[in-house]
Design a protein. Structure first.
Length: 248
């Protein structure tokens, strides 16, 4: 945690951990009490055997910290957790920022990324290192950039974070909400900001299209030339968007 002011919780992507928010943690703490944490099976938090729920973990964390109400800033899996949490505990959420959004219950019928077949084969063979590299190609590089186009330190950090997630993904099972968010968007009675990279995967862009169309009170920003972790690639621009929205 850092800062004082209205609480803001940062929820990381499924290929990352709380380190993905390094560029947001201190800057946002100028206006907010910022909390970031590693979800179960990510970063420094070990996985758990059996069923669990990221949204209920978040509720328990906020209760432990004595925080009754907070704004949530999520990315990818973190966006899905944030939206599901807001539907389950609407009285505990002030505002939502959904970055590179995923939505529980949302069905994407478009084509998979070109690496999909090789990714399936690598997973079947247990080649975790190759799986990690292919996921970096899909989510960090994207369809229109090569690895050498990416900041090497950023790509290395993303691969390190994802390696931990891959090592733990077979342990435990997150329980989906009984009523997925895709069928309940009309119930989200709070301001939402959707942010995504213009070069993200079609599945992510389709989810952003869906949210922009279905949420009652929503703004949408496309960060051109970026893929799945826009906050890491252009932190200053991302921070300005988020700070202005949350302070609004």
């Amino acid at each position: 945690m850092a800062g004082i002011g209205p609480p803001v919780v940062l929820l990381h992507a499924g290929i990352a951990d709380s380190r993905m928010w390094e560029g947001q943690f201190a800057p946002l703490s100028k206006w907010f009490r910022v909390i970031r944490y590693d979800m179960r099976g990510y970063g420094r938090t070990p996985p758990v055997e059996g069923p669990f729920s990221h949204r209920d973990d978040l509720a328990a964390l906020l209760g432990h910290l004595g925080i009754e109400r907070a704004s949530l800033v999520g990315c990818s899996m973190g966006s899905k957790t944030a939206l599901d949490f807001a539907l389950r505990y609407p009285e505990r959420v002030e505002r939502l920022v959904l970055t590179s959004p995923a939505v529980s219950g949302f069905a994407f019928d478009g084509p998979p990324p070109p690496q999909a077949a090789e990714l399936d084969a690598a997973e079947e063979a247990g080649d975790v290192q190759r799986v990690n590299e292919l996921e970096m190609q899909i989510w960090i590089d994207g369809a229109y950039r090569a690895p050498e186009d990416i900041d090497p330190a950023l790509r290395a950090l993303a691969a390190d974070m994802n390696a931990i997630a891959l090592a733990n993904e077979a342990i435990g099972e997150e329980q989906p909400p009984a009523a997925p968010a895709a069928g309940r968007t009309g119930e989200v009675e709070l301001p939402v900001l959707v942010i995504h990279g213009g070069l993200d995967q079609p599945r992510t862009i389709a989810a952003a299209d869906f949210l922009a169309d279905k949420l009652p009170e929503v703004q949408r920003v496309v960060m051109s030339g970026l893929t799945h972790l826009p906050n890491m690639e252009r932190p200053e621009a991302f921070n300005q968007l988020v700070a202005e929205f949350l302070r609004g």
